[in-house]
Ligand binder design. Structure first.
Ligand SMILES: [Zn+2]
Length: 334
């Protein structure tokens, strides 16, 4: 998709993320109207409209749209893709049409929509001065490989630029690795958890999709009761992990980084997704894992190998971290 077309919408969302001011819950807001369906708890779209003060709720083809002056949310009826100001999020549960009503899962509403619309209500987002950058893979684990290079080296190249950019903005920066060496996932988590007042950003590039998949995707930890992307629920998905203490902050940080990377790179939007990667389950700080493009896609393979693209991507992450920091500082002043 043409980024010039999309940018104003994403910028608008970023403004919402920064300000967190236009959608305070109405004084006399009714609670969410909940409905149990197939063992899951859902909230009706109508009560979401009332609660957040949206002006309209309309069905357009296969989409359900909630809209006001600042935000437009498009739910895919019967599907999991949701667009907030044209940034794609992948819900954990389908939007259900039922007897003239539309049901949104309570987990998706509470753990995804709400922290994006009302970041100033994130209870766990505390001011931070340290950014832990985790270049994925390394040493005996190269990650994805194509004819131009290996993922582990690209991850490190982007992370080093990001380190410089953040230090120039006076952040303390910790790198889980700063050379081409192997580091287990547990070692990354243990190192990250030695620090306080920090956020955690894991940098990766993707592969797969038989050469056709392209674009940027951002992962955050699945809340309890939500599966790892692409597989069904398991019993242990209901256990709370370290990273779940940051559920709201995780999605707000992901939104800031994902939307800014889309704006600055113009690459296709593959969405913000839920995953149970080890680093995301173990790290106690707000954490995301970014996949900055596909090494298996011929055009993106060349971009990823290009220092200009690496610089653009790192700059986007740094800008997003600044926005997120401003949002958390505003909250601390409330
Ligand atoms: Zn990777």
């Amino acid at each position: 998709m043409n980024s010039a077309f999309r940018s104003p919408f994403i910028l608008c969302l970023a403004a919402v993320l920064l300000g967190g001011c236009f959608l305070s819950p109405a004084q006399a807001a009714p609670g969410w109207e909940t409905v149990r369906h197939n063992g899951q708890e859902y909230v009706t779209a109508r009560s979401i409209k009332e609660f957040y003060g949206f002006q309209s709720l309309t069905v357009k083809g296969s989409f359900l749209e909630l809209e006001n002056k600042a935000v437009k949310i498009r739910f895919t009826i019967g599907g999991q893709e949701v667009f907030m100001n044209n940034v794609k999020f992948v819900f954990s549960f389908k939007v259900v049409p039922l007897k003239g009503r539309y049901l949104i899962s309570r987990i998706d509403l509470g753990k995804l929509v709400d922290p994006v619309l009302r970041p100033s209500y994130i209870k766990t987002a505390t001011p931070f001065d340290t950014v832990i950058i985790d270049p994925g893979h390394g040493g005996s684990d190269p990650g994805a490989v194509n004819r131009l290079g290996v993922e582990a080296k690209y991850n490190l190249a982007v992370s080093r630029i990001l380190k410089q950019q953040l230090e120039a903005r006076r952040f303390k920066v910790v790198m889980t690795r700063n050379s081409d060496r192997f580091l287990s996932l547990k070692e990354r988590v243990d190192l990250a958890n030695r620090f306080q007042n920090a956020i955690f950003v894991s940098v990766h590039f993707n592969s797969g999709g038989r050469g056709r998949a392209e674009g940027i995707e951002t992962f955050t930890l699945s809340p309890a009761g939500v599966a790892h992307y692409g597989r069904g629920l398991r019993q242990d998905d209901f256990q709370l992990r370290n990273g779940n203490t940051q559920d709201s902050a995780n999605i707000a940080l992901a939104t800031a980084i994902h939307s800014t990377c889309l704006i600055k790179t113009g690459r296709p939007d593959r969405g913000i997704r839920r995953a149970r990667f080890s680093v995301l389950t173990g790290v106690k700080h707000p954490a995301i894992l970014l996949e900055g493009g596909f090494m298996s896609h011929s055009y993106e393979a060349r971009l990823i190998a290009n220092p200009t693209y690496q610089q653009t991507l790192a700059g986007a992450i740094a800008d997003a971290i600044m926005k997120y920091r401003i949002a958390t500082m505003r909250r601390s002043q409330r």
